[in-house]
Design a protein around this ligand. Sequence first.
Ligand SMILES: Cc1cc2nc3c(=O)[nH]c(=O)nc-3n(C[C@H](O)[C@H](O)[C@H](O)COP(=O)(O)OP(=O)(O)OC[C@H]3O[C@@H](n4cnc5c(N)ncnc54)[C@H](O)[C@@H]3O)c2cc1C
Length: 226
Amino acid sequence: MKPYGQIAVVANLTPEKPHNNQAFERFTEHGPIALLPLSENRCALVWTHPTEGVDAVMALDDEAFLKTLNEAFGYRLGRFVKTGRRAAFPLSLTAADTVTGHRTVVIGNAAQTLHPVAGQGLNIGLRDISELVEQISITLNAGGALGNPAMLTAYSEARQKDRQSIMTYTDSLVRIFSNDHWLLGHMRAGGLMALDRIKPLQRLVTKQSMGFRHRHTRLSRGLAIK
Ligand SMILES: Cc1cc2nc3c(=O)[nH]c(=O)nc-3n(C[C@H](O)[C@H](O)[C@H](O)COP(=O)(O)OP(=O)(O)OC[C@H]3O[C@@H](n4cnc5c(N)ncnc54)[C@H](O)[C@@H]3O)c2cc1C
């Protein structure tokens, strides 16, 4: 377990302007602010703070909270006019040393809980499931017993590269975007501009973020289970 010394403040908000189903992520000196589109023009907010700054944010009344958020996020969506109940979660990278045990497979957040900076937690959990389904199908088709050691080893080996690569990717983003050093600030800005303009780089990051860099299971390719 690696605590990040950061807390995510989450809430559902309503902005003044339509979000048009766009997601936003803004990197501030306190940490990233992510806004994900929801129905009825609401947005899910994930606002990362250093642990020591979070009590002050949670203590604000709704009006002051929305005003502080607007100042930090800017006005691309106009003013934030309404907020639901706020909650705060400490952020850490938590990873199981081994994802299998005697007739047991650990998947999703139980296998790896990631920082939300790159929005990867649910995605990697779905890939755990699709690999597990693949291994169940292979085992049953071969007449094997579910949860036998060979099946568990095959599952764990098939998931290893993807899990490692997403944990390293997410952890690197946290370190790059949580550091106030001026030089790193310029490099970040340059990197984001390059990402905006260089298509092959964009494709590479998209492929990584969508989990298509490693093994593709039948379910992840939209194929029926055999
Ligand atoms: C602020 C935030 C933003 C996020 N944004 C994104 C995103 O944009 N994209 C993305 O892909 N992922 C995102 N994630 C991650 C995503 O939400 C999780 O990875 C996903 O919900 C994990 O699903 P899970 O079923 O594995 O675990 P969980 O959702 O944690 O479900 C586990 C369930 O088990 C229950 N439980 C625990 N212990 C017991 C017990 N002993 N007995 C019975 N029940 C128990 C819990 O109450 C819970 O309901 C975000 C996470 C956070 C915190």
